[in-house]
Structure formats: structure tokens, C-alpha cells
Write a protein that binds this ligand. Sequence first.
Ligand code: PAF
Length: 280
Amino acid sequence: MQVLETITQVRAARSAFPTLGLVPTMGFLHEGHLSLVRRAKAECGAVAVSIFVNPTQFGPTEDLARYPRDLARDLALLEGAGGDLVFTPSAAEIYPKGFASRIEVEGVTAPLEGAARPGHFAGVATVVAKLFNIVQPTRAYFGQKDAQQAVVISRMAADLDMPVQVVVADTVREADGLALSSRNVYLGPAERAAAPTLFRALSRARALFEGGERDAETLRASVREVIAHEPRFEVDYVSVASPDTLEELGRVGEAALVSLAARLGRTRLIDNVLVGRPRA
Ligand code: PAF
């Protein structure tokens, strides 16, 4: 496994691989990342992983400074998962002096996380576009946990004719249903015990959908009702939207993305389930 810090090094190493998967990450890896790495390796024959805590996707009051980092542990995990290239650039490597470009994906970035975190998706789209250009992967792998991010990146890649296949993989969960996230380390013991309520709430909506309920507001209300049993949560949004456009639905047709964001103490958690379509 080669660990590379510069774009020049990545370009030189890239030429050894006829097909290459890319898993972009911000490090502090968990089983969700590692399952993407293993899948990329199986499907592409070789896998590159980027580890870069991208400053431009954090708002001024967000957790950039305290975002968890442990490069030595990440590298050991990647070695075990079959990583071939690991790109660990500095901020100056990605955003050199004079950097002045930004990718704005319109429409799908407006609601949900985009409304709660202004500028977040421009930061994500720009860094992911750069990673695509630097690594030139055959396929790039993202988790369904960040459902809107996956929609934004798929939109960007399609709109800008990027020669990469965007793959979105199922959310990996703890045994009690909590979606894996690097930010779960922020949760204190009582918060960690409360956190699976979110997946229980989403599962309730899914059960109602599978029982024939198609009124989106009834599904939203069912999610809120389950979360309300746990007073530690402050709900930011509960959404039942088109999985493709992210527009809120009145009635659910074939499929919907049921998603939510809620604060638990100082930690903001997001989660979602797709109903009417494979992938959880
Ligand atoms: O999902 C993440 O970890 C980040 O948003 C990504 C895709 C690596 C871009 O910084």
C-alpha cells in the first residue's frame, strides 16, 4: 500500500492500475468506509482511498477543529482492507495559494442539509471534483448514509460528463441500528443509548409504507412521533422526498427518501431510509 501526499505522486502511481476504485473519506475510518474499500477492490481490482478533512465543507460554527483524526489507525485499517493507494494531502496541496474555483450544483443542494449548512455542498462538490481529476478513478464509492451528498455528486458527475461511475452503497449500521459515522465518537454514553431512536423512527415510516401508507405527511408525522419519545433530541428536519430530485412529496409514488437530521446534545446526526427501492 502506497501512502502519497502530493498530486504528482498520485498521478505517477495511478498509471500502474488499468481500473481503479476511489473511496473519498475524511478519515477516522469505520466499517462503513471499509466496506466501501472492500467493494471497490473487488469490483475494480485496485482501490485508492483519500483521507482529507476538507475545510471548505465546514461552516464557521461547525466541528472542523475537533473533527476526529487518527491517521496511523486509518492506515492500519486500510492495509487490512486491501488498500492500494492512500492519498493524504495537506490543505495547501488541495487549495494552493490563489485557488479561486468552486462547483455549485443547483437544485438538489437547496433543501435538507443544504438549507441547514450553507456552502457545504459547494465544498463537497469542489473537493470531490478535484479528487476525481487527481485520481481519475474508474468508479467512486459513497455511502447512502449521506444520501443528499450521493445525489449531489451523481448529479455533478452526470452534468459535467465526468468519466467516472458513481456507486452508492448501503448504510452500515451498528447492531442496534445506529448508522456508522465518524461523528458518533462525540456521543456521551446516555446520548449513544438514545441515538438508535432515529433508525427506529425511520423504520416505523418504512413499515407504514410497506403496509400501504402513501401520504407523505403521515409518514413524516410517524417519524416525529417516535423521536418525540426521546426528549434528548432536537429535530432539525424530517423529510419524505423524491430520491432523485429531493423535492418534498405530498403522496409517495413508487419510492421516497425518508430522511432526518436531529441534534443530540452537541452532536448533529443524520440518517435515512429509501422506501420502495432497494438499498437501506
Ligand atoms: O463524506 C465525506 O466524508 C466527505 O463529504 C467527502 C465525500 C470525503 C468529501 O470531503
